[in-house]
Design a binder for this molecule. Structure first.
Ligand code: CO
Length: 134
């Protein structure tokens, strides 16, 4: 089921400062910021060749990363995103195995314009997992 690592996501308190650090200090290629109101985040992607780093800052009221940043004020690793060939088949297989899918269980369109789902971190050893249709 599990395919490539699509990205590692880091929650940051200040996206502008994080972009400057990655672009200027680390010399990385960083995309322009993209607002994803349905996910309550603003994101950029850092291209590191074999995968991407997603930098996330909260957007709007009730952002799903607000609580994470309250606990980790300087930021930190938020989730890993793996690619799957068929997200609905993956979801059904995971649910049948007892894993919890967050939200209403239906994929939402993610930052790459493809369907995504999130899996409960307590079912995967403390790490939030995002699945993206490849
Ligand atoms: Co992500």
């Amino acid at each position: 089921m599990l395919g490539r690592l699509n990205h590692v996501a880091l929650a940051v308190p200040d996206l502008t400062a994080a972009v400057a650090a990655y672009r200027n200090t680390l010399g990385a290629e960083v995309t322009e910021p993209q607002a994803l109101p349905e996910h309550g985040v603003r994101v950029v992607f850092v291209n590191v060749g074999n995968t991407k780093i997603e930098l996330l800052e909260p957007l709007g009221e009730g952002s799903p990363i607000a609580a994470f940043l309250a606990k980790n004020p300087s930021g930190g690793m938020h989730h890993l995103c793996y690619e799957v060939d068929d997200i609905l088949a993956a979801r059904d297989q995971l649910k049948a195995a007892g894993a919890r899918v967050l939200g209403d269980g239906n994929p939402k369109i993610g930052a790459h314009g493809k369907p995504v789902l999130f899996l409960h971190p307590k079912d995967f050893f403390g790490t939030l997992i995002e699945l993206e249709q490849s």
